[in-house]
Structures are given as structure tokens and as C-alpha cells.
Design a protein around this ligand. Structure first.
Ligand SMILES: Nc1ncnc2c1ncn2[C@@H]1O[C@H](COP(=O)(O)OP(=O)(O)OP(=O)(O)O)[C@@H](O)[C@H]1O
Ligand SMILES: [Mg+2]
Length: 231
């Protein structure tokens, strides 16, 4: 089966220093595949480049070597409709739920903003908003509140609801529950599993918690000392 998203021989080198340039190799020859309805768990010590690899897979950062392919096509070669499809279908979700929402915008405005971006006709906004909240298990009462007035777990649900409006196929989840209480973590992980089952989503799940990876992942990968191990 063709992977939704594949990284081939990815490498990343960072340059540091203003005058005396120093190059440091973060990782090299990393290959990975994200398949429909499956979760690839990515673990490894802090600073080994997990977030960087996630950003590269999402097309938000360039690899120094290697390629990322979306449905078999190198993302560097995508244009027009294919590029838009990639941008919508591959989404990244970050650790800090409060930080991913604008504190000065109500939840309703945050959601409407995405609908506007997608050029959804205004008459459909109410229905689409309701639908998005339902998918992530939130009530409409929350719409008039601001990110500071809802809990971290609710914030992460709103962030997921917004992303789902784009009808993604792949989600890169960078420590999506690390900022949350244990009980809330479990709820969000269960929600992610339900969404995966219902929508056939492929996940790249970055976590340093073996229990989280154990619960979610169909396959596991460890990034360490610049190379990857499968487990
Ligand atoms: N733009 C950049 N320029 C130079 N170095 C960078 C840049 N972005 C990240 N780094 C370095 O790359 C290394 C890996 O960072 P990254 O955030 O990908 O690690 P990580 O595995 O996600 O760590 P953690 O588990 O703590 O989240 C770090 O040492 C970081 O300082
Ligand atoms: Mg990280």
C-alpha cells in the first residue's frame, strides 16, 4: 500500500555561530512511513530532533538531505492543487494547547477564522462549527469563551476541532498530551483513537512517554544519536 506520507533518507544539519560557522548533524538517513489509519510512534531523548523531524514531515522545515513524499510525490515538486491538498491534508498539532489558540479571540472566532480561510459560505458556518465541536466532544456553551477561560484539555479539543475542519489525512502530533493531567491525557488519547478509526487518519505521534506510545502506536521508532531504531 502506498504510504500517505513518507520520509526517505532524511538528514538535518544545523549551522551555528556567527563568525566561525559550526555545523552540527542532528540526524541522517532517517526513513519513515505514515499509513492510513495507523500510528507511528516516535520516541527518543530530548534534543535528538523529534520535533525537527515532525516539522520536516509537515513541510514546515526543509531537510538538508532526503525527500518527503505525499502520496508518492516529492513535496518539493508539488504545485497548485496538489500543493493545496498537501497543506490541508497534513497537519501538525503541538504540545501547548493554550498557545495554539489566540488568547484574544473567542473560541467561536477561532473556528470561524478557519471556515473563512476555507471559503465556506457564511450560512454554513453555524452547522460546521456545531459539527466540529461534536467531533471533539465539546458543547456549544464554550463558543463565547476565550482560551484562558477553558481548561487545557478543552483547549486541546478546540485545537483538534479546528484542524479537523481542514479534513486532514495525516496528523503529526508533537507531545499532544504532555501538558495535561493524567486523566485528561487518557481522554484526549481516546479521542485521537476514535478520530483515527472514524476518519482513517494516519498519525506520527511524538512522545517521550512509553505508555502513551504503547497505547497508541502500531509501529515504533526511536531517534537516538542521529539515527533511528525500530522497536
Ligand atoms: N532553527 C534551529 N537552528 C539551530 N539549531 C536548532 C534549530 N531548531 C532546533 N535546533 C536544535 O536541534 C536540536 C533538536 O531539537 P528538537 O526540538 O527537534 O528536539 P526534540 O527531540 O524534539 O527535543 P524534545 O524532546 O526536548 O522536544 C536541539 O539541540 C535544538 O537546539
Ligand atoms: Mg520536541
Amino acid at each position: 500500500m502506498l504510504a500517505l506520507l513518507a520520509g526517505k533518507d532524511l538528514g538535518k544539519i544545523y549551522e551555528s555561530g556567527l563568525i566561525f560557522k559550526k555545523q552540527s548533524l542532528l540526524f541522517r538517513d532517517i526513513s519513515l512511513e505514515i499509513e492510513e489509519g495507523k500510528t507511528l510512534g516516535l520516541m527518543g531523548p530530548s534534543g535528538t530532533g523529534k520535533t525537527t523531524l515532525g516539522l520536516i514531515m509537515a513541510g514546515l522545515e526543509r531537510p538538508t538531505s532526503g525527500h518527503v513524499c505525499h502520496r508518492g510525490k516529492d513535496i518539493e515538486d508539488l504545485k497548485g492543487k496538489e500543493l493545496i491538498a498537501f497543506r490541508r491534508q497534513v497537519q501538525m498539532v503541538f504540545q501547548d494547547p493554550q498557545g495554539s489558540l489566540n488568547p484574544r479571540k473567542s473560541i467561536e472566532r477561532s473556528i470561524h477564522e478557519v471556515l473563512n480561510l476555507l471559503s465556506i459560505p457564511r450560512r454554513e458556518w453555524q452547522e460546521r462549527t456545531k459539527d466540529a465541536l461534536e467531533k471533539v466532544g465539546l458543547s456549544e456553551e464554550l463558543l463565547c469563551r476565550y482560551p484562558g477561560q477553558i481548561s487545557g484539555g478543552q483547549c486541546q479539543r478546540v485545537a483538534l476541532g479546528r484542524v479537523l475542519l481542514l479534513r486532514p489525512k495525516v496528523m503529526i502530533l508533537d507531545e499532544p498530551t504532555s501538558a495535561l493531567d493524567i486523566s485528561v491525557q487518557a481522554q484526549i488519547l481516546n479521542l485521537l483513537k476514535d478520530l483515527q478509526r472514524d476518519m482513517g487518519l494516519g498519525y506520527l505521534l511524538i512522545s517521550h512517554q512509553p505508555e502513551v506510545i504503547g497505547f497508541m502506536a502500531h509501529e515504533k521508532m526511536i531517534l537516538k544519536d542521529g539515527i533511528s531504531y525500530s522497536k
